[in-house]
Design a protein around this ligand. Structure first.
Ligand code: SAJ
Length: 424
């Protein structure tokens, strides 16, 4: 099948690059979002997210006339839903954006159209929720229009590369829908395209992120055991990973972002009696910021009344996304223990996080600090020269929660150096 026009619903971390890449391959694309501020910004060439290479690609797509930014759905041969699926307070999936996006397609749906859901969703969402909404158009899924689920699987920070090169899974509600999805994504996907059914594709996506969450949880639990037994966790992991069938991931301040810290809960919600290990891993990772805060307090003797320069608030290195960030949770835990925290995040100097005192420059964080905590291994921080930092702060103590700094360099610059379950 040949698709000439496309409407992408949701101009976030996935929808915006996807729309831009399709436009760069010659499709006529509408990039739609319900957030007026985002739409106005994009029309003026301002991106609300940071992703390497995205700005140039977007500007090229808009200037070529092949990408039109819009606040409403426009008719097209194919529609892609790429809206967020967060969770409610009680960890149940919040599908309101998927439902609203599906409803907004209904008036524009024509025979022969293809609709793809990309948003990470609980098993059966495509079949049980999206299909019935689209059928309010009077058309029947699989007969009059095509419907598939194709999960995004790209890594923030490497989105443009992974969008093109990763294998792509397309799960149709029937084989014809899956094949139509393959014809659409073949416009830019260089990786293998694997066809399956919609519910398998939904499950695959959740299994991928859940398996990573569980693997990070065991690394975090090992860091606590190492602390209890006075073992250097990094040395132990290094040795264990020499085994040909062992590959332990990195312990840290916890697991964040809008994917891995959210998606496993969709399986817990769907089958709470079965998904016991999944739930336990989530709880271990969610508890890691408290563990790190307690470790910092133990090392510093007392943090009540101390001022901490806290470096990095993003959920992982070299991204600007602070959603579900464990570094932010660590800030809250340190504040709960009585510390005053001056947080610096170079990718988002004013993230507007409630009860977080953010400073605009690194120097502002360092100047009054008693203690420096590294929460995220941004390149900007790993490249810091400890000798320079020495001249900007009265702090004597450094805590590297993510093992990004060289202990000797910091000690040579006159700091006492500590980190997550490291031996000194
Ligand atoms: N983390 C650790 N230790 C590690 C690796 C990661 O603590 O060894 C932490 C990170 O600091 C971060 C969190 O885990 O807080 C998640 O980071 P990540 O880099 O593992 O993953 P995401 O959330 O950026 O992207 C994931 C990817 N999924 C997998 O690798 C299975 C990506 O391919 C998905 O497209 C994305 O989720 C998504 O959108 O679902």
């Amino acid at each position: 099948m040949k698709f000439k026009t496309l409407c992408v619903l949701g101009m976030g971390y996935i929808g915006l690059p996807t729309a831009s890449v399709f436009a760069s391959k010659g499709l006529q694309v509408t990039g739609m979002d319900t957030n007026a501020r985002i739409i106005e910004g994009l029309k003026a060439g301002h991106l609300h997210i940071f992703e390497p290479g995205l700005r140039d690609l977007l500007l090229e797509a808009v200037n070529s006339g092949r990408l039109q930014i819009s606040d409403e759905v426009l008719p097209a041969d194919a529609f892609i839903i790429a809206v967020p699926t967060p969770f409610y307070q009680d960890k149940r999936a919040d599908l309101r954006a998927v439902v609203a996006a599906s409803e907004s397609i209904v008036p524009h749906l024509r025979p022969g159209n293809l609709v793809i859901l990309e948003s990470t969703s609980p098993p059966r969402t495509t079949v049980d929720i999206v299909a019935p909404i689209l059928e309010k158009s009077g058309l029947t899924a699989g007969e009059d229009f095509l419907l598939a689920y194709s999960p995004e699987r790209v890594l923030p920070g490497k989105i443009l590369h992974e969008l093109v090169d990763n294998p792509r899974v397309i799960g149709g509600i029937d084989p014809t829908s899956a094949e139509a999805g393959r014809d659409l994504y073949r416009a830019f996907v260089k990786g293998d395209i694997i066809l399956t059914d919609a519910t398998t594709a939904e499950m695959v996506k959740l299994m991928e992120n859940t398996s990573r969450d569980i693997n990070i949880a065991i690394a975090n639990e090992f860091s606590r055991l190492a602390e209890a037994f006075d073992v250097d966790i990094w040395e132990a992991i290094g040795i264990a990973n020499l085994h040909p069938r062992v590959d332990i991931l990195r312990p840290g301040v916890g697991v964040g972002g809008h994917c891995i810290s959210v998606d496993p809960w969709f399986l817990v919600e769907a089958a709470p009696q079965v998904a016991q290990l999944v739930k336990m891993a989530r709880q271990v990772n969610d508890g890691q910021p408290s563990f790190v805060a307690e470790h910092i307090a133990k090392i510093a003797g007392e943090i009540d009344g101390k001022t901490i320069a806290f470096l990095g608030l993003a959920f992982k290195p070299n991204v600007d996304d602070v959603r579900e960030s464990p570094a932010v949770e660590l800030v809250y835990a340190l504040q709960d223990a009585g510390a005053t925290v001056h947080a610096y995040e170079p990718f988002k100097p004013a993230a507007g996080l409630p009860n977080v005192h953010q400073v605009a420059h690194l120097e502002d964080a360092l100047v009054d600090a008693d203690l420096i905590v590294l929460g995220v291994a941004h390149d900007r921080f790993t490249e810091l020269d400890p000798a320079n930092v020495r001249g900007q702060t009265r702090a004597n103590l450094v805590y590297d929660a993510v093992r990004a700094w060289d202990k000797d360099l910091w000690e040579n610059a006159g700091f006492q150096f500590f980190g997550l379950s490291r031996k000194y």
